[in-house]
Design a protein around this ligand. Structure first.
Ligand code: USQ
Length: 406
C-alpha cells in the first residue's frame, strides 16, 4: 500500500514509518517538524541523539534498500498544499499522528492552550475536509488516547469506543441506543482528541470516510526491531517534565540517581502499551479497515493497567532508587481504578509485551548510556493545571527552586 504517515518524525510516528516500510509498504512521511521546534522552545532535547529526518531516511535506505519519502507540510496551516499533495499522491491509507501530544505542554499557559487546540483540531479537520474534496478514499487511522474516557471506574470495563444505553421515550418505553462513550478529558490536549472523535463521527456518517480511531494508553520503551538496525535510526526518548511520560521518566530517573517523581499519592491508574506493540497495532488496524458507510472503528490500544505508585515501587526495588512523593501539578483524581477492554487487537493476533518481560532494564541501559545528555533541572513537571496548583509545584525533589516556564 501507499501509506502517508502524518507526524512520521515523532515518537510513535518514526518507528511506525520504519515498521510499515519494512513490511513492504510505500511510506510517505508528512511532518512540519514542530516537535523539534518545541524542543528548542523548551530548551530540552531527546535523551537519545536524533538526526534530521532527511538523514534518518538516508540511513534507512542505506541499511534496507527501501525508501521513505519526506514532505514538509503543516497540516493545520497549509490546507491547499495538503489538498494538492493528496490529489497528486492518492495514498491507500493515511496514519494520522500529527498532533501536539503532551498534556503538560497543553496546560502550560494560555498560549499553549490556544496552540494545542488550533494545531490539533485544524490538522484533523483540514485532513478530513481535503480527503472529501479530493475524493481520496484512503483508510484513515488516527492515534487517539485512552484519556478521552477519563480514568474513573464505576465497576464496569471501559468498552472500545461505544456504549449501549437505554433511553426512556415519551410513552415510557425504554429504547436502546449506541452512543460514543461519554468523553471526560483531563487536559486541553486530551480534549482535542475528544473533539477529533466528533469530527470523525460526522465525516464517516456524512461522506462515508473509512476511519479507525485508536485510543492508546501511555507508551513505554523506546526501541523497536527496526530502530535497532542502526544507531542513527534510534527513536527519540523524552524525559523532561512536559513530554516525558511516566514509566519512561521513572526509569531514567532511577538510572541517573534522581528521586522518582510520583505526583501526589501515586494512586492514579493508567493504561500502558510498549512501543513495539503500538506499531504492531497500527499495522493490524491498517489491515482491517471498516467499509465506507460503517461507523468509526474504535480500538483500545493498550495491553495492561498499572497504578503510578506501584510502578515507582517496582522500579525502586529493581534499581535501588529513592521515591519522592510530590505535590501533584495536575487536577486529576488522586486514586482511581481502571479496567478497559482490549479484545479486538487480541483477537487480531496482538501478543502483548508486558512489564514482566525484562524490558525495563533495557530502558535503564539506554538511560545510563546517554545519561551525560540529561539536564536534571528539566526533570520536574512544573506545568500546573490551575493557577492555585501553580503555587504548589515550584520545587523539585532535590530541593532546587525552579523557575516556572511559559
Ligand atoms: N505522573 C507522575 N509523575 C511523573 C509524570 C507523570 O506521577 O513524573 C503521573 C501523572 O500525574 C498522571 C500519570 O502519571 O497521573 C500519567 O502521566 P503521563 O505524563 O505519563 O501521561 P499523560 O499525560 O496521560 O499523557 C500520555 C501521552 C499522551 C497519551 C496519554 C495516554 O503524553 O499523548 O494520549 O499518555 S492516556 O494516559 O491513557 O490518556
Amino acid at each position: 500500500m501507499k501509506i502517508a504517515v502524518l507526524g512520521g518524525d515523532g515518537f510513535v510516528g518514526w518507528p511506525t514509518s520504519l515498521h510499515l516500510s519494512a513490511k513492504g509498504h510505500d511510506v510517505h512521511i508528512i511532518d512540519n517538524l514542530s516537535r523539534r521546534w518545541i524542543d528548542t522552545e523548551l530548551g530540552v532535547q531527546s535523551l537519545t541523539p536524533m538526526d534530521s529526518i532527511q538523514e534518518r531516511t538516508r540511513i534507512w535506505h542505506q541499511e534496507t534498500g527501501r525508501r521513505i519519502h519526506f514532505h514538509l507540510i503543516d497540516l493545520a496551516r497549509d490546507y491547499e498544499i495538503l489538498k494538492r499533495w493528496l490529489a497528486e499522491h492518492r495514498p491507500d491509507a493515511i496514519v494520522h499522528f500529527a498532533e501536539q501530544r503532551a498534556a503538560p505542554y497543553s496546560m502550560k499557559s494560555d498560549r499553549h492552550k490556544n496552540y494545542t487546540i488550533n494545531n490539533n483540531v485544524n490538522a484533523t479537520h483540514n485532513l478530513l475536509n481535503a480527503m472529501v474534496e479530493t475524493g481520496v478514499g484512503a483508510h484513515l487511522v488516527h492515534l487517539g488516547t485512552m484519556g478521552v474516557y477519563g480514568y474513573s471506574n464505576i465497576g464496569a470495563a471501559i468498552p472500545e469506543g461505544y456504549l449501549t444505553v437505554g433511553v426512556e421515550t415519551l410513552s415510557g418505553e425504554t429504547v436502546s441506543q449506541e452512543i460514543l462513550y461519554p468523553t471526560n478529558p483531563g487536559s486541553i490536549y486530551h480534549m482535542t482528541k475528544c473533539l477529533d472523535q466528533l469530527l470523525f463521527q460526522f465525516y464517516a456518517k456524512n461522506d462515508g470516510l473509512r476511519i479507525t480511531d485508536l485510543h492508546q494508553g501511555i507508551v513505554w520503551g523506546t526501541h523497536t526491531p527496526e530502530t535497532k538496525l542502526h544507531p542513527q535510526l534510534v527513536n527519540r526518548f523524552d524525559y523532561d517534565g512536559d513530554y516525558g511520560t511516566v514509566l519512561n521518566r521513572f526509569l531514567i530517573q532511577a538510572a541517573i540517581g534522581y528521586p522518582i517523581t510520583v505526583h501526589g499519592t501515586g494512586g492514579q491508574t493508567r493504561a500502558f502499551i510498549h512501543i513495539r506493540d503500538s506499531v504492531r497495532c497500527i499495522e493490524l488496524a491498517l489491515a482491517n479497515p471498516p467499509k465506507s458507510g460503517d461507523r468509526v472503528k474504535i480500538f483500545n490500544q493498550m495491553t495492561e493497567t498499572h497504578r503510578v505508585r506501584d510502578l515507582a515501587e517496582l522500579i525502586a526495588r529493581i534499581t535501588g532508587a529513592d521515591i519522592a512523593y510530590l505535590p501533584n501539578p495536575r487536577k486529576e483524581a488522586p486514586e482511581n481504578d481502571l479496567v478497559a477492554n482490549n479484545e479486538q487487537f487480541l483477537a487480531l493476533g496482538l501478543e502483548p509485551t508486558t512489564l514482566a518481560e525484562g524490558l525495563l532494564s533495557e530502558i535503564v541501559d539506554v538511560a545510563k548510556k546517554f545519561a551525560y545528555r540529561v539536564d536534571r533541572s528539566r526533570i520536574p513537571s512544573v506545568s500546573a493545571w490551575t493557577k492555585d496548583l501553580a503555587a504548589t509545584v515550584e520545587r523539585d525533589p532535590e530541593g532546587t527552586r525552579l523557575k516556572k516556564v511559559g
